[in-house]
Design a protein around this ligand. Structure first.
Ligand code: PGA
Length: 253
């Protein structure tokens, strides 16, 4: 059975001391309130990964990166590779977040390379897809997401695809306070699962966790997560407060 997952995307937030405090607060809240059957993955900025990994090893969460380089290694000043992450025990990485696409020009072709590197180095990709507002308003949201998934993931074989976590993040809902309705989320998640069914068969698609992201918070998480094809969330703003984040973790029925 596929996993329930709540991942926190801290983006470019927190000083070293604030990150240390937040990691311990999350660990304490999780110890108090538990995490049920849910995998919790914290994705802090790169400089805090080692600290997060150390705290996670004594506690009940996993650690992921927010991105890594499309190249294996070499003369790429300022970049961080998948093999570096793996060598320090990091098990997951967000890939293809809309902010990477918008501000850093990442295309699905580039993201496909990163997905391959992730799998080569045993890093689980959390692949983000989702349409912008104009695309939804033009009724093109299904086409856009189909193309993203097709270009970034569908070169993978049946075994490899089962390593991937998908996050549907409608760009108009990210950081805006406007959440997709429960119906909109379920509709798109079912559509995405349908794409995996067509390509890999029902048995494989039933194993793939599809997370919702975009202004998901402690108030709306329970309704979003009650949908049959919503397997958890990728949480931005609300992952920066331990109590809110752990309330989201505990929002599953
Ligand atoms: P948000 O961000 O929860 O702040 O909308 C989600 C994300 O970008 O992953």
């Amino acid at each position: 059975m596929r996993k329930k997952i709540v991942a926190g995307n801290w983006k470019m937030n927190k000083t070293f001391q604030e990150a240390d405090d937040l990691l311990f607060e999350i660990a304490d809240e999780l110890n108090d309130k538990g995490r049920g059957e849910v995998d919790v993955i914290i994705c802090p900025p790169f400089p805090y990964l080692e600290m997060a990994y150390d705290i996670a090893s004594d506690n009940d969460f996993l650690v992921g990166a927010q991105n890594f380089s499309q190249w294996e290694s070499g003369a790429f000043t300022g970049e961080i590779s998948a093999s570096m992450l793996h060598s320090m025990g990091i098990t997951h990485s967000i890939l293809g977040h809309s902010e990477r696409r918008t501000y850093f020009g990442e295309t699905d072709k580039v993201i496909a390379k990163k997905v391959d590197l992730a799998l080569q180095h045993n890093v689980v990709p959390i692949y983000c897809c989702g349409e912008v507002l104009a695309e939804r308003e033009a009724g093109r949201h299904f086409d856009v997401v189909r193309q993203q998934v097709d270009e970034a993931l569908f070169h993978l074989g049946k075994e490899a695809i089962q390593m991937v976590i998908v996050a549907y993040e409608p760009v108009w809902a990210i950081g805006t306070g406007v959440t997709a309705s429960s119906e909109q989320a379920q509709e798109m998640h079912a559509f995405i699962r349908g794409l995996f069914t067509q390509k890999y068969g029902a048995e494989v698609s039933a194993e793939i966790s599809i997370l919702y992201g975009g202004s998901c918070n402690a108030k709306n998480a329970a309704e979003l997560f009650s949908n049959p094809d919503v397997d958890g969330g990728l949480i931005g703003g609300a992952s920066l407060k331990a109590a809110d984040f752990v309330a989201i973790v505990n929002s599953f029925e």
